[in-house]
Design a protein around this ligand. Structure first.
Ligand SMILES: Nc1ncnc2c1ncn2[C@@H]1O[C@H](COP(=O)(O)OP(=O)(O)OP(=O)(O)O)[C@@H](O)[C@H]1O
Ligand SMILES: [Mg+2]
Length: 113
């Protein structure tokens, strides 16, 4: 099982959500987050003069899938949908996941996704 965590621009939220829906992922968690990347948020800041780190609002998607194939498909869809080609487009982190438990039924692993 793989966990995919994607940080994207807030304005890409709807588009990424719809794209994920179209490939029929089983579950999605979304959060509003703040962050910075390589540029420490500075060149994305309209004032642009801050020396200290500036946190920029982003949207975080978390998706767990059963196989490597599904992970690749999910990553591909997010990368294509969230990309504008400009700095600050975001990042996708991919993790191996040990286990999943469906609380209602106590099912474990792939059955619980
Ligand atoms: N190394 C990292 N660790 C944790 N979060 C990160 C990391 N890099 C980026 N992020 C998250 O992703 C968001 C977008 O990052 P961003 O797209 O600016 O990355 P970047 O490496 O600076 O790439 P680019 O040069 O395209 O801007 C950040 O606001 C932050 O939330
Ligand atoms: Mg950046």
């Amino acid at each position: 099982m793989k966990k995919i965590e994607a940080i994207v621009r807030p304005e890409k939220y709807e588009e990424v959500k719809d794209a994920l829906e179209s490939i029929e992922v089983r579950g999605i968690t979304v959060s509003q987050v703040m962050g910075c990347g390589h540029q420490k948020g500075s060149t994305e800041n309209v004032r642009g003069v801050d020396v200290s780190i500036t946190m920029i609002p982003k949207i975080k998607f978390e998706i767990v899938v059963s196989t490597e194939e599904w992970a690749e498909k999910t990553i591909d869809v997010i990368q294509k949908t969230a990309c504008t080609g400009h700095i600050g487009d975001g990042k996708i982190f991919v993790y191996d996941l040990d286990n999943v438990v469906r609380i209602r039924t106590n099912e474990r692993g792939i059955k619980a996704i």
